[in-house]
Write a protein that binds this ligand. Structure first.
Ligand code: FMN
Length: 314
């Protein structure tokens, strides 16, 4: 079954479940526009998640999902809320959903983990998940080491469930490329940061819009949790400390609350402005609907043009 049929959506696009950011009104706007809105539950209490699910239900009658960051210590409580509120799609990151698969599947929930490698993709398929998001290192936020271009076709060849490509996709060309590599859909994060409905501080949006292709870097490799964000003074200091092999506590102190600072207070200098390498191509703020419809019109046109193209010399 195609991913659009499985999930009941028009356009095969997931709005990445970005912690602190992927909430109302972004989630409802994406689902109303025909994509899959995903609530980012990273850092949420069970009550906050229930509140966000109810807000999403008020803003759309289309399907939406919840993203679980599995390193959080309240996952069983969050899953209970998901079940009670009747959410039918869950994406997962930062760990294995194995301990929760029985509960999720017994409650008819579609499970879609985000994976950075073929090895993990195969493990997830064996667990009985419904589809996989293969996310390349170009992406914003927590990342693996393999690029989307290399990862996506390898994951597609390794599993027989639908694969969604993520990392570095921000226009119709990216969507068409993901389909060429065998994906059935795309997950997008960075491009959604520059939408009217994205509830981040204006400074965060401006930082994304003014960034270029070399503006991001990865921190946290020494801690075992690499994160991609736009370079600023906090990131420079973090990298300096990592180079000096500073103690973990010192690094954690520097990054504590940094995403909140950027997202809510608009502190793009000492806050963590997570964004992907494609931010250099994100140059204007549009509505979610305009973004999604333009992206897929463009993708369709490109695929039709490519259909007539001969790649072998005359
Ligand atoms: N992915 C998750 O699974 N959980 C998260 O909490 C999460 N937080 C993110 C926060 C930001 C600001 C960004 C930019 C991405 C985040 N991601 C998270 C990754 C996105 O869901 C998505 O896979 C990624 O952004 C796709 O790549 P792109 O940024 O190149 O579009």
């Amino acid at each position: 079954m195609s991913i659009t049929k499985l999930l009941g959506i028009k356009y095969p696009i997931f709005q990445g479940g970005m912690a602190q950011i992927a909430v109302s009104p972004l989630v409802g706007a994406v689902s109303n526009a025909g994509g899959l809105g995903i609530i980012g539950s990273g850092g949420f209490s069970a009550d906050r998640l229930r509140d966000e699910i109810r807000k999403a239900k008020e803003s759309t009658n289309k399907p939406f999902a919840v993203n679980l960051m599995l390193m959080m210590d309240n996952i069983p409580e969050l899953i209970q809320v998901i079940v009670e509120e009747g959410v039918k799609i869950v994406t997962t990151g930062a760990g294995t959903p194995a301990p929760y698969m029985k509960t999720l599947k017994e409650n008819g929930i579609i499970v879609i983990p985000v994976v950075p490698s073929v090895k993990i993709a195969k493990k997830m398929e064996a667990l009985g998940v419904d589809a996989i998001v293969a996310e390349g290192t170009e992406a914003g936020g927590h990342v693996g080491e393999t690029t989307t271009m290399a990862l996506l076709p390898q994951v597609v060849s390794a599993v027989s469930i639908p694969v969604i490509g993520a990392g570095g996709i921000a226009d119709g060309r990216g969507v068409a490329a993901a389909f060429a590599l065998g994906a059935q859909g795309v997950q997008v994060g960075t491009r959604f940061l520059a939408t009217v409905e994205c509830p981040t501080h204006e400074n965060f949006k401006q930082a994304v819009i003014t960034a270029d292709d070399t503006s991001t870097t990865v921190t946290g490799r020494s801690l075992g949790g690499p994160v991609r964000s736009i370079k600023n003074s906090m990131i420079a200091e973090f990298l300096r400390l990592e180079n000096e092999k500073a103690p973990r506590e010192e690094l954690e102190k520097l990054s504590l609350g940094s995403l909140r600072r950027a997202v809510f207070e608009g502190d793009t200098d000492t806050g963590s402005v997570m964004a992907g390498q494609i931010c250099g191509m994100v140059n204007e703020i549009t509505t979610v609907e305009e973004m999604i419809t333009t992206m897929f019109e463009e993708a369709q046109e490109i695929l039709e043009k490519l259909g007539k193209l001969s790649v072998v010399g005359a």
